[in-house]
Design a binder for this molecule. Structure first.
Ligand SMILES: [Zn+2]
Length: 387
């Protein structure tokens, strides 16, 4: 017997173990009645304690619909046990599930969008709707759903025969045959469902749509959060936004404008920096060419312009250059030449730089790094090697 259908607010129960067995370290028990909800209909299973043993998972057997309790330690058939479910976890599932019914109906009322599937496995729940995305419909459905929350509508579940159910204006056709469980949110929604629900729509609020996206062809995926989890989401986001706002000495709602301003400033600074680097590189190249009439160059350069100076030098006929750019404890190294200079860069690297611990590689340009303390020694070794 499924006690969670009788009263979804009950947390403790007594039951008799009808079957118990183990498969390796996994232990199973079936009871004559249970409050433990098995994973089904998009709603995750309960957890809790049974006869002093932790229940880690609850499954429903496809054949026969028996409920299997997965346990950390074995129980014995015939044993009478006390059970208790983790209420905090279950209540959140009830909030998610009830909010989903409310929201699915809100989409029907807003634009006739039918729900095709749901996932209530995480605090951010998912509803897939058969329609192309439409911002206006999303906003309208969210408002309608919260209206249904604040209307404090009673919720009840009852069983109907197939014939009776066929007469009801069910939002969702039953997936089971025989006795059908119907969940009614008074004046709002009727759906065939085997899950656990709240006693009033008011307990499901607030319902907040977090985002939506085009999913498969002709389907919109809507992400929402409800109840305590919506409040927690609000609190976490408020804290994050407040922290950012304090950095700007601004109000939370001023943050987007401040960030946009900062981005524009960053673009400007980037442009100015590039221009400065270009001018600096130009000047260094001119000086190096003047001070090295033989165009065999060994020099220290600032790390920010290493690549640019290397590229520009290699454009000058006759140039063979080793550039070293200290940067903290490492120094970046660049070995390059004009395409017609014809030096064996690889051989030079191996003779002068490798003994100093330089690591790196490349073809037309060799790039690498060595300990900064060996920067001067690298320049000296290079000069010797090319002499
Ligand atoms: Zn349901």
């Amino acid at each position: 017997m499924r006690l969670y259908w009788e009263d979804p607010y009950q947390t403790r129960f007594t039951a008799r173990v009808t079957q118990a067995w183990s498969e390796g370290a996994t232990h199973y028990a079936v009871l004559d009645q249970t409050l433990f909800y098995p994973t089904s209909g998009g709603q995750p299973h309960d957890t809790g304690v049974l006869g002093g043993v932790r229940v880690t998972k609850v499954l429903e057997r496809e054949k026969g619909g028996e409920i299997l309790h997965v346990l950390e330690a074995p129980l014995e058939a015939g044993q009478v046990v006390e059970g208790e479910i983790h209420w905090n976890r279950r209540y959140r599932h009830m909030q998610r599930h009830t909010a989903q019914h409310i929201l699915s109906q809100a989409f029907v009322r807003a634009a006739g969008w039918p729900t095709v599937s749901v996932s209530l496995a995480r605090p951010t729940c998912v509803i897939d709707l058969e329609a192309d995305p439409d911002e206006g419909v999303i906003r309208k459905a969210e408002a309608l759903a919260n209206w249904a929350v604040y209307a404090n509508l009673p919720i009840r579940a009852f069983f109907a025969s197939e014939a009776e159910a066929a007469q009801l204006p069910l939002r969702r056709a039953p997936k089971v045959t025989g006795r059908i469980r119907v969940v009614e949110i008074e004046g709002w929604d009727l759906a065939a469902c085997g899950g656990t629900h709240l006693r009033s729509s008011a307990e499901a609020g607030p319902i907040k749509i977090l985002k939506y996206e085009k999913h498969r062809r002709g389907t919109t995926r809507v992400y929402f959060t409800a109840g305590w989890e919506a409040l927690e989401d609000y609190a976490a986001k408020h804290t994050a936004l407040k922290t950012v706002a304090e950095h700007f000495s601004a109000q939370p709602l001023e943050v987007p404008a401040r960030v946009a301003k900062l981005e524009a400033l960053l673009q400007e600074v980037r442009g100015a920096l590039q221009e400065t680097q270009r001018l600096l590189a130009e000047r260094i190249v001119r000086e190096l060419l003047e001070t090295h009439p033989d165009r065999t160059i060994a020099a220290l350069v600032p790390a920010v312009v290493l690549d640019e100076v290397g590229a520009r030098l290699a454009e000058w006929p006759g140039v063979l250059a080793l550039l070293v750019a200290p940067e903290g404890e490492r120094a970046r190294v660049l070995l390059t030449q004009h395409p017609e200079r014809g030096a064996d860069l690889r051989a030079l690297w191996n003779a002068a730089l490798r003994p100093l611990g330089a690591k790196g590689g490349g073809r037309e340009v060799l790039l690498g790094a060595l300990p900064a303390a060996r920067a001067a020694a690298a320049l000296e070794a290079f000069r010797k090697a090319v002499r």
